[in-house]
Design a protein around this ligand. Structure first.
Ligand SMILES: Cc1cc2nc3c(=O)[nH]c(=O)nc-3n(C[C@H](O)[C@H](O)[C@H](O)COP(=O)(O)OP(=O)(O)OC[C@H]3O[C@@H](n4cnc5c(N)ncnc54)[C@H](O)[C@@H]3O)c2cc1C
Length: 596
């Protein structure tokens, strides 16, 4: 069964050498407390907790799953999950980046990114419980009234209560405009929330005394579609403005789903039957409040992808070093052994290096996005906050879309490296492949991320975020233009960046003639963008590795992985560019009836 070792050296490299996190924190208000000593201690302790407490529960959680008691409506999580959560709470992890006034430690958001990655590598299912609390914290922090923050935020931050996001209904997934749940005003200023929500992560569990549901519903005279959706706080136990928990609210878990992966995560059908709830933010502006949560939640799911890539890589690397099969085509590499280990074979190396390139490049990409969240929240200058916000909105669908699709690819490579031993349960890798599959679906599918990127974030907003990002890459390329040592990376990066801008214009022009062009291009455009973004972060990584206090071996490995990325992954952009230039007819000409 696979074990997990937190990749602390590479996490530190990404944060401190590539992204210069020390200098970044030093200039943020409240960031002074994020000194290198503190950060190192946080990372070491997060590694200990995830390696020793969470990782050993992962396979068991998958075997055991959650149990639902039809009579009581209670959900029991796999053995050990609840105790691990108690340790998480006593370690203060839930409040790491939350505001001090609500009991948090107020460290910058990007410090939470490596913690999330480590949790997701160790035990993705377990990680879904605190994940949703983080989303609820963000929504309350930014849109809640003061009394709501006082009453609901504190217990969520200190871990006594957890949060959920209740959007999906049986007939309404990607298209939230279809949602039907209702909210009727009560005389005391609260609302009676009614409706059925499905697929609600951590909707019911045995970790905490109360669960705070953030529910999307419609007010009586709400306009149809997405303009008529409001957001409500609906606690499992009614909680008044005095903060006292009262009787059980009229909501219950009706069932839990039996599913392909993340079996330790309770996926619940939640029935609300005139349950007492409180409006958050403005009436009919629920989606605006939800969008605030979505950036953090989508980044968090991107980090789930990253965590799984890292875990799959560690497992398959260990196996490839020890499993002896066949001789290297160029002659035996270990003549004293009956066969050579898998790692000598070129195609095994392709699958290993693909995982390594996505893990390490993806780490920089994910943490980079998290540092933008820091800037949006804390940069002293308004223009800087605005620029960071535009850049963040643009990069989030890339982080979510690319890292989760890469997780599906990389966990499949890991399984393939194990051969038949990967397909059977004993080795643990098939769990990673099953767990990875949901990450491209929830929190907005890959298609929805792609439409968000190309439609909303580029074509409908004059591509401001893309412009900032292209300027940043261009400045980097110019700064490195005289650095002969890295020109092999800078030249193709500059070419790909120019093609990215050209393709965007071409698609934009075609979309003016037919809006279906956007839908036809979106997913290939997302992959194209993701591969170029990773090329940029790989180029930055080799430059940073030159100046870093790292061993020669570490630097050489960075260099070799970057060469692999530029030679064997970045060329995927050529395929996506060709598809992006293909006619719309090749997709749309065939009438629906002729599909068969
Ligand atoms: C394990 C699990 C946990 C979940 N947790 C939560 C949770 O905590 N809270 C919550 O509210 N929801 C949750 N969900 C729901 C999840 O977010 C939805 O399943 C997801 O948004 C997709 O909605 P859907 O399943 O209805 O698919 P649909 O929206 O019906 O989409 C079906 C397919 O069509 C594609 N599609 C739809 N529209 C377009 C388009 N315009 N162009 C191209 N393709 C399109 C989609 O990408 C998808 O591939 C969870 C789901 C699962 C399985």
């Amino acid at each position: 069964m696979s074990t997990y070792t937190a990749p602390l050296a590479d996490i530190r490299f990404a944060l401190f050498d590539v992204l210069k996190a020390d200098a970044h924190y030093a200039r943020l208000p409240g960031g002074e407390s994020a000194t290198r000593d503190i950060l190192d201690a946080v990372l070491d302790e997060a590694a200990r907790f995830t390696e020793q407490v969470l990782a050993p529960l992962n396979a068991r959680g998958d075997e055991e799953g959650c149990r639902f008691d039809k009579t009581t409506g209670n959900v029991t999580t796999p053995e050990g999950f609840k105790e691990a959560y108690a340790q998480f709470v006593s370690g203060g992890w839930g409040g790491l980046t939350a505001p001090e006034q609500y009991g948090g430690q107020h460290l910058p958001e990007s410090i939470g990114a490596p913690l999330k990655e480590m949790i997701d590598s160790a035990n993705l299912s377990w990680g879904t419980y605190p994940l949703l609390s983080h989303g609820a914290t963000e929504a309350l922090k930014q849109h809640g009234e003061e009394w709501q923050r006082e009453v609901f935020l504190k217990p969520i931050v200190d871990g006594r209560w957890t949060g959920t996001m209740c959007l999906t209904e049986p007939h309404c997934g990607s298209d939230l405009g279809l949602l039907k749940s209702k909210a009727a005003p009560n005389a005391d200023g609260s609302y009676a929330i009614s409706g059925t929500k499905i697929f609600i992560t951590a909707g019911e569990h045995d970790f905490t005394e109360n669960i705070v549901h953030l529910v999307l519903a419609r007010l009586p005279d709400a306009p149809p579609g997405t303009k008529g959706i409001s957001l409500f706080i609906v606690p499992k136990y009614k909680t008044g403005k005095d903060g006292k928990m009262r009787e059980r609210n009229s909501l219950a878990c009706g069932a839990i789903e039996h599913k392909m992966g993340i079996k330790g995560s309770a996926t619940c059908v939640m029935n609300f039957d005139a349950a007492e709830g409180w409006l958050i933010g403005q009436p009919n502006r629920g989606l605006t409040a939800m969008f605030t949560m979505m950036n953090t939640a989508r980044l968090a799911v991107g980090l789930q992808g990253l965590g799984l890539i890292e875990r799959a890589y560690q497992s398959s690397l260990a196996y490839a070093r020890t499993r002896l099969q066949m001789r290297a085509l160029s002659g035996p590499k270990f003549p004293d052994k009956p066969a050579d280990p898998l790692i000598v074979h070129p195609d095994i190396r392709r699958m290993l290096l693909t995982q390594k390139a996505f893990a390490e490049g993806g780490r920089v990409l994910g943490y980079y996005a998290a540092t933008l969240v820091d800037l949006v929240e804390r940069a002293p200058d308004e223009n800087e906050r605005k620029r960071a916000d535009e850049l963040l909105s643009f990069i989030i669908p890339i982080v979510k879309g690319l890292l989760t699709e890469a997780a599906v690819e990389c966990t499949s490579h890991a399984l393939q490296i194990f051969g038949g031993h990967g397909y059977i349960r004993e080795t643990g890798v098939e769990q990673f492949a099953r767990d990875a599959r949901i990450t491209t679906i929830y929190e907005g599918t890959t298609q929805i991320q792609a439409l968000d990127l190309l439609g909303r974030k580029i074509l409908q907003s004059q591509g401001t975020g893309l412009k900032h990002f292209l300027e940043e890459i261009s400045a980097f390329c110019q700064a490195q233009a005289q650095n002969a040592g890295v020109i092999e990376f800078i030249a193709p990066l500059a070419v790909a960046t120019k093609e990215w801008a050209d393709l965007t214009q071409e698609i934009g022009k075609r979309a003016l003639g037919n809006a279906d062009e956007v839908g036809a291009a979106a997913v290939d455009y997302l992959f194209y963008s993701g591969y170029v973004a990773l090329a940029y972060f790989w180029a930055r990584s080799v430059v940073a590795a030159e100046g870093a206090q790292q061993s020669t071996e570490f630097r050489q490995a960075k260099w070799a992985t970057a060469r692999f990325y530029f030679a064997r992954i970045l060329p995927r952009t050529a395929m996506h560019a060709a598809i992006l230039r293909a006619s719309l007819d090749s997709l749309m000409a065939m009438p629906d009836a002729q599909f068969g």
